[in-house]
Design a protein around this ligand. Sequence first.
Ligand code: AMP
Ligand code: MG
Length: 345
Amino acid sequence: MMRVLLGVLLLSGLAACQRAPEVHQHAFFAFGTLVELSVADVDPQRAAEAAEAVEQVFQEYHRLWHAWHPGPLADLNRALAAGQGAYPDPSIHLLLELAAPLAERSGYRFDPAIGGLVRLWGFHADTPPQGPPPDAEALRAWRAARPSLADLYWDEGQVFSRNPALQLDFGAFAKGHALDQAIARLRALGIDHAIVNAGGDLRAIGRRPDRPWRIGIRHPRAPGVLASLQLEDNESLFTSGDYERYFEYGGERYHHILDPASGAPARGTTSVTVLHSDATTVDAAATALFVAGPEHWQEVARAMGLRHVLLIDAAGVAHLSPAMAGRIRFETDPPPPVRLGEPLP
Ligand code: AMP
Ligand code: MG
């Protein structure tokens, strides 16, 4: 928690040095993180309406999509496990529609049907798990069942699962979708210049009065910022990192980004940052590319239609797509060793 807070403080510190009085700020907690809204080029009354609207979006989705607290998602998971059909909440229906093509294009490396596995590893809890890792037999049973989003089907508005081991967990892209909905709400209020930053994951529209929005990318292994970049109109930037939620056991780090193929935390990567227009896609993509790792990230990026990717591998090497190399500036001295990928179309 301390590390997360430190990261947020450093990132917001970067923003604070550059803050101009015309930018209205509002901050609140949701999805287990600090969410900061900055709105430019509006009067204080409109800025207050914007703050209320954005906070409402996040609090509402936090309640509707919670993976382990009682609520609509827990109800749906219970029905699916019992082999029953259910009419999901409209927001969950939309999430499922958005997730299906993203999961397929990622080769099911991003797969929100792996809630049962996330639970086995102890991450369905309000405090980080302590270990030990799950029992080998339980993991084997999960791998044998291997639920996937492709096991869902629809019949007259009801959703069913062919696989009773399927449990939905939207943790890998819920924050992204909430950001997209928040930006849609801001646009409906006539706001053209804003940034919503949820613990370093963000979407921006327009620009500040004086210059474009600038943001920092967190260093996965040291306090502070690894790189910075300037955002263009309507861009989202998300980072998935092995430092966000993890436990150490027997000298090994077990983190929360799981490889559905192995049933264990994905190895070989420490963080992945993706830049793209919509936040739902980048959030899902950052998780998928983390699982893909240094060997396979380029093929998955291509399949998901991404151009801007930064992947830090377990040895600290920065794998960069050429388009991303043209956008970021490393802030560490010395900068990390870089391996440039092939151009992504
Ligand atoms: P993120 O921080 O966006 O990469 O999302 C990680 C969260 O998504 C975890 O805490 C789990 O709840 C869930 N998750 C972990 N691994 C996967 C995966 N391979 N596909 C979909 N969701 C995942
Ligand atoms: Mg994600």
